[in-house]
Design a protein around this ligand. Structure first.
Ligand SMILES: O=C(O)CCC(=O)C(=O)O
Length: 148
């Protein structure tokens, strides 16, 4: 089933990422630029990351629906750091069963979802009818190998 965005993955060798029980992403090796961004986020947060998933939202009709990032391969209660580039898009987060809070993720912003967040909250980037050009989002994630 195609997703309404383009996606890619870079990371450590062997850190395959399975999501929705059906989509298997196999990482390309870290590029110098991605490794530099990763290391700056680690220096700022003290979290370590082994993969980065890139999403490209080509227009307002590209999106990601409500979900939590709780794939077993990231281990229990992962910390996830999210960098946004390009167009500003609305990011919504809500406690499970709760009401959403909106954040506007601007070019160059860093959003950190600390351990525990994926167990208690869902997040999404909804579609918009506003004219927006490309946005790229990079989510830096751990990988413990669990579940695969
Ligand atoms: O594009 C974003 O800001 C969120 C991406 C996301 O939720 C994900 O990759 O799981």
């Amino acid at each position: 089933m195609p997703v309404p965005r383009l996606e890619c993955i870079y990371g450590d060798e062997g850190c395959d990422y399975l999501y929705s029980k059906s989509v298997l992403l196999k990482p390309l090796p870290w590029t110098l630029s991605l490794a530099q961004v990763r290391d700056r986020i680690t220096a700022a947060t003290a979290y370590n990351f082994r993969i980065v998933i890139g999403n490209q939202y080509r227009s307002g009709q590209d999106s990601i629906g409500w979900h939590s990032d709780n794939e077993p391969s990231m281990g229990f209660n992962p910390a996830i750091a999210s960098v946004s580039l390009g167009s500003c898009r609305k990011f919504q987060i809500k406690a499970i069963g709760g009401r959403p809070t909106d954040f506007w993720l601007e070019h160059g912003s860093l959003l950190v979802m600390h351990p525990g967040c994926q167990s208690t909250h869902l997040h999404q980037v909804p579609k918009t009818n506003k004219v927006v050009s490309t946005r790229i989002n990079l989510t830096f994630r751990p990988h413990t190998g669990g579940g695969r």
